[in-house]
Design a protein around this ligand. Structure first.
Ligand code: WT7
Length: 660
């Protein structure tokens, strides 16, 4: 990525929506911004009213930072809204989910069928002892049973915590333990690049190594069958899906939930080693994802929405499961890798099922660019009418490639900025209103009040999309409450307050840097803390460092995210060894594998550099900034605060020689 932010700000290309798109768009009146800006609560309330409530709220919003409540006193059920109201109405025979497995198996599930499936799983969970208020940990491949189990939990008032199928036994156990999960739902395995990911074996390892004392039962889906080898079932603890779910009644009433009852916990990396259990409640979250799905993706009755995320991430919660299904849309989900059997798999899927919307990540787009335009070119992508991007800043070059080669130059692109914590999209174009600029996420969504603040908390307020201000950069802060905001970190209110609400009191601090250009467009700059964005996923430097020092050969470790053409950031680790160990290629490979095993393959460092010393300040703090300079081949910045300036110079020399 050669573009610097200064050159980005001079990006002059502008892509206004076509008149044809505007004419049919769900949002095409720019006054939506001003109206929502002046009455955000009224704006959100009008969206809450599109949901089905068992009992209306008596207060729209109660906000005493960091405490927030929306639709206070209202009663609803998220599963009822995503499933029953469609199954019992005109959409009964409409497809809710279209699934393609990596081996090529296809399943289509209508809303009526979805209601039956979800109800059976909900009854099975009850039989396994799950009650309203409990937590269920879901560790499944990206198959229909994943969103089905999420919805089943919502139906009976149990909170789910989905753990991405690429995470290790340690990561699974840490999350299940922190959430005090009563049940883990997993599978014999899932397909990835033609191989089986042995989820049940990894689950067993989690129990063996970490106890998982709160977990009473493990429900095991049969996905891969014989290919997965023998599945060990622990007597009294493990239950086969086929034995318990299949025989359940198709009737399962939806629990009446309070608007502020916990819907789910989703773990995300924090700047300490321990992941944060981000909580979301029912009424506000559902309102936020319903509104954004409809307006940002311009969702229509006959759309087929293909979001390539896994339900293990917030994107799969908000824009596969809850947002689109609440709108009664059809979602397309795919289990496996984009290059299996060939590098055109996504394009074949779009061609075959006639997907109309594609929502994916810049890291994937850059991979497709590298593979070459011939792969999408040999498929018919003419069904597509809108493209989306999420996870990290998209560089203009990737944006243009996406626009040209996937969108045939005609599909609007929505570059959507948000976080696990925000629950729903916060900064984004509205495709029927906004003229997009490649690389800019453009403007706050209506009803969202963003500020760009400097270190002293001064800055410009952005009032709606058309504000013009001097170009300036700073921290991204959100001023007014919004319905889908997290209600806190599970069991850790102090950490919540400290992370998000202490830097700029009474304002939500997102942890990202941002610039505002002369036309009032926002340009996201990435994280300002020790969180790396590797292939669009948050990984904390601390988390990887703890995994490194856990290896017997390692004395000390410092981790940085270095700029990477495809992944956005790649992990580079600098380690010093304990006495008695010497560096070798075999040891480096072993260290990389160790991190992959401790956290999961996404956290495996690209580079491990062994050094006798790490650059530290006099107070012993490792200067990561200098390590970044070294890893990215730059001249060293200020070294005057180093305890021993010679360490870093020799480190730089040796790093460059080893790279070359
Ligand atoms: C962080 C949140 C939101 C779902 C996926 C990631 C970065 C996300 C963009 C974007 C620039 C982006 C931010 C944010 N990010 N989308 N369109 N442009 N940066 O969720 O793991 O909670 O990560 O992803 O740095 O803080 P997450």
């Amino acid at each position: 990525m050669s573009e610097t932010i200064e050159s980005l700000l001079h990006e002059a290309r502008s892509y206004p929506p076509s008149p044809e798109f505007v004419a049919q768009a769900n949002a095409n009146d720019p006054s939506i911004y001003d109206k929502a800006f002046h009455d955000p609560q009224g704006f959100w309330e009008s969206w809450a009213k599109t949901l089905h409530w068992f009992q209306p709220w008596n207060r729209v919003c109660h906000f005493e930072p960091p405490v927030v409540e929306w639709f206070v006193g209202g009663k609803l059920n998220a599963c009822y809204n995503c499933v029953d109201r469609h199954a019992e109405g005109d959409r009964a025979n409409k497809r809710a989910i279209v699934f393609e497995g990596e081996p090529g198996d296809v399943r289509e599930i209508t809303y009526a069928e979805l209601k039956v499936e979800v109800s059976k799983v909900a009854n099975a969970l009850k039989e396994l002892g799950v009650q309203k208020g409990d937590r269920v940990c879901i560790y499944l491949p990206m198959v229909p049973e994943l969103p089905i189990t999420m919805l089943a939990c919502a139906r009976i008032g149990a909170a789910h915590t989905v753990v991405f199928g690429g995470f290790s036994a340690d990561s699974l156990a840490e999350r299940a333990n922190d959430a005090e999960a009563k049940v883990i739902v997993t599978a014999d395995g899932g397909w990835r690049r033609g191989s089986v990911v042995p989820l049940k074996k990894i689950t067993d390892e989690a129990f063996e190594k970490h106890g998982c004392e709160t977990v009473e039962k493990v429900l095991v889906l049969n996905r891969v069958g014989e290919a997965g080898g023998d599945v060990n079932m622990v007597e009294g603890r493990d239950v086969h899906w086929s034995e318990i779910v299949t025989r359940q009644s198709e009737d399962c009433p939806c629990e009446v939930m309070d608007s502020e009852d916990l819907l789910f916990i989703l773990y995300t990396s924090g700047s300490t080693g321990k992941p944060k259990g981000i909580t979301h409640t029912t009424g506000g979250y559902l309102t936020g994802v319903t509104a954004t799905s409809k307006l940002v993706f311009d969702l229509k009755e006959d759309d087929l929405h293909f979001c390539t995320a896994d339900c293990g991430w917030i994107t799969g919660h908000s824009y596969i499961t809850y947002g689109p299904l609440s709108n009664g849309a059809t979602v397309l989900i795919y289990e496996g890798a984009p290059d299996t059997p060939d590098k055109d798999r996504f394009w074949r899927i779009i061609e075959k099922h006639k997907a109309t919307i594609l929502y994916t990540a810049p890291t994937a787009i850059r991979t497709f660019m590298k593979w070459g335009a011939e792969y999408p070119a040999r498929c018919d992508l003419s069904s597509l009418r809108l493209l989306g991007s999420v996870g990290e800043p998209i560089n203009p070059e990737a944006w243009i490639w996406y626009h040209t080669n996937i969108g045939a130059g005609k599909c609007p692109i929505v570059d959507t900025w948000w976080q696990t914590e925000t629950g729903a999209i916060m900064i984004t174009p509205l495709p029927g209103i906004t003229a997009t600029k490649p690389g800019s996420a453009t403007h706050p969504f209506p009803g969202v009040h963003i500020k760009v603040l400097d270190d002293h908390g001064n800055g410009v307020e952005i009032s709606g999309p058309h504000a013009t201000n001097m170009t300036r950069g700073g921290y991204l802060v959100i001023e007014q409450p919004w319905p889908s905001m997290t209600r806190g970190i599970y069991n850790d209110p102090d950490r919540y307050k400290k992370t998000y609400w202490s830097r700029f009191p009474k304002n939500y601090f997102a942890g990202d840097g941002v610039k505002l250009d002369n036309d009032g467009y926002l340009w996201l700059l990435g994280r300002v803390d020790d969180i790396m964005l590797v292939a669009g996923h948050n990984i904390s430097t601390m988390e990887v460092e703890s995994a490194l020092v856990d290896h017997p050969a390692i004395a000390e470790a410092a981790v940085i995210g270095k700029t990477h053409d495809i992944k956005g950031q790649a992990i580079a680790a600098f380690v010093s060894l304990r006495a008695g160990f010497t560096g070798s290629d075999a040891l480096i490979a072993e260290i990389k594998g160790h991190v992959g095993k401790k956290i999961g393959p996404i956290a495996r460092p690209d580079d491990v550099f062994i050094s006798a010393d790490l650059p530290k300040t006099r107070s012993g703090k490792i200067m990561r900034r200098l390590l970044r300079d070294i890893a990215e081949g730059r001249a060293l910045g200020d070294t005057s605060t180093l305890a021993d300036p010679t360490v870093v110079a020799s480190l730089k020399d040796r790093y460059e020689t080893s790279e070359g």
